[in-house]
Design a protein around this ligand. Structure first.
Ligand code: CTP
Length: 481
């Protein structure tokens, strides 16, 4: 059988093979084998830049010839003319690693730094360079390049390209695409620090930001010019790729958008005298995790917390309290709410004869502490008339007969759901990061104890419990809407 000597192939084919194999992390020989194998199987290689390398003889291969992977996001990458253009080749790889299709446009100046062949081999796509290219402009290719993508990235965005954009020029392919765009535009500026700080560039940057253009960088550092440093270096390829993916990522679902959620968390401190108090071991972690999860789901969250050593979850209004009575007062003031979740470990009793001064040791022995019951916040809110939140969820911290005690609690307190957990010392729940819970649900007030649904969850982190609880709440809202 005949053998193929790669050395003897045409120079352009060799260059293509070298770039393509480097792009795919294979040897040149392996790459040839892959290409031949796919040809024999009649399966077009999605990685093959056929349009770029060999436009079909019977018609031009414009952007319309591109096959779109349905679910894959796509970026039109405009490479401007600057020394940072070499980083844009790495950017192509970083985007492709993140499953983003990349179609490159090189300005005339960019071709002084990188070749269309390298961009094509790495992107596995035809590369576009010319506004008046009959191969792509037969069907207004620049409009397609601007619109048939999810995002346009300009890297490096030179001072000249930015000036053109700010003033609406369209005298080459890159500026025409940018003017015709109806997709978000991400710029990665790169230029000498004096150019970046020039008042003309400052004006253009301001204008572009006002026009809704997103920018990443430039960073500070050494310049290509000897002994020059300052702000003007293009951001690294990984940073630009991460910024692009952030823009491309579909918005997070916000099933609790428009809902007001009220949450209690942590222990309460019940004063004995000005320096001593009764407390419990609650860390507040579960309540804080629920607040963060509800906020992430789009809710407007108020968290009333006893004394804990936790940071306020972002975007949540946190009200810090000490005693059970303070907590009740602040919870009532925070109504109305659509959903109320009572995760606090409220002290059941407080000291009736609280000392105004520090209690002293006396010959008479220990001072007697008289305890009185604290208000039950969950029961109070569950039994409110009109102001009762439509969904009230309590917690049941038990050390024995978990389900039976939790069922009795749901009935006694009048809430809709209870999250029951075993808090015996062996469980490690108090202060720990994991929780094993059972969700008890009753749909109507008149449901008997036997009809309460019990759903036991596997051991989870407190964040996972929070996310699952928020998902259940969202589902029940959807069912009742
Ligand atoms: N709870 C409350 N106010 C109180 C006591 C408890 O809001 N004064 C709430 C808790 O936040 C929790 C639920 O009631 O959602 C159950 O708390 P738990 O400590 O398990 O039960 P207790 O009511 O204290 O009953 P017991 O101590 O008998 O188990």
């Amino acid at each position: 059988m005949a053998s193929l000597t790669i050395r003897k192939l045409d120079d352009a084919v060799k260059a293509y093979l070298r770039l393509r194999s480097a792009g795919n992390g294979r040897s040149v020989e392996e790459e040839v084998r892959v290409i031949l194998g796919e040809l024999v199987q009649g399966r077009p290689d999605p990685a093959a830049p056929t349009a770029a390398m060999a436009p079909p003889a019977d018609g031009p291969a414009g952007p319309s010839a591109r096959s779109h992977a349905a679910a894959q996001a796509s970026v039109t990458l405009i490479i401007g003319g600057g020394i940072a253009a070499f980083k844009s080749l790495e950017l192509i790889r970083r985007l492709k690693e993140r499953h983003v299709d990349v179609r490159c446009v090189l300005t005339k100046a960019a071709q002084q730094f990188v070749t269309p062949l390298s961009a094509s081999a790495l992107s596995h796509e035809r590369v576009y360079t010319d506004l008046f290219d009959p191969g792509s402009e037969f069907d207004a290719g620049h409009i397609r390049l601007a619109r048939e993508c999810d995002l346009i990235v300009v890297a490096p965005a030179t001072a000249d390209l930015m000036a053109k954009m700010a003033h609406g020029h369209a005298d080459d392919l890159a500026s025409a695409i940018l003017l015709a765009a109806n997709k978000p535009i991400l710029l990665a500026p790169a230029m000498n620090p004096l150019m970046w700080n020039n008042p003309a560039t400052r004006r253009n940057v301001l204008q572009l930001r006002r026009d809704g253009v997103i920018m990443i960088g430039p960073a500070a550092g050494e310049m290509a010019e000897a002994n020059e440093a300052g702000v003007g270096r293009m951001s690294e390829a990984v940073e630009i790729a991460a910024a692009a993916v952030d823009i491309l990522r579909p918005p997070r679902p916000r099933p609790l958008a428009g809902k007001r959620v009220l949450i209690t968390a942590g222990p309460t401190h019940e004063p004995i005298d000005p320096v001593r108090y009764i407390a419990n071991r609650s860390s507040g972690k579960q309540g804080f995790a629920i607040a963060a999860a509800a906020q992430a789901a789009g809710a407007d969250v108020t968290l009333v917390s006893g004394p804990v050593e936790l940071r306020d979850p972002a975007g949540v209004s946190v009200i810090r309290v000490e005693s059970a009575r303070d907590m009740l007062h602040r919870v009532e003031a925070a109504l109305p709410a659509d959903i109320a979740i009572f995760a606090a470990a409220v002290a059941d009793w407080r000291v009736a004869n609280e000392g105004e001064q520090k209690l002293k040791k006396t010959a008479a022995g220990m001072p007697p502490l008289q305890l009185v019951e604290n208000p039950d916040i969950l029961a109070t809110i569950s039994k409110l008339g009109e102001r009762r939140p439509p969904l009230v969820i309590g917690f049941a911290a038990e050390t024995e007969h978990l389900i039976d005690n939790a069922k009795a609690k749901i009935a006694r307190k009048g809430c809709d759901w209870i999250v029951a957990n075993d808090v015996s010392p062996a469980s490690g729940v108090m202060g720990g990061d994991r929780n094993t819970v059972h969700l008890l649900q009753r749909d109507g007030k008149e449901v008997g104890v036997d009809e309460i649904k019990v759903d036991s969850w596997p051991v989870m982190t407190k964040e996972q419990v929070a996310a699952e609880l928020v998902a259940r709440i969202a589902k029940s809202l959807e069912k009742n809407s």
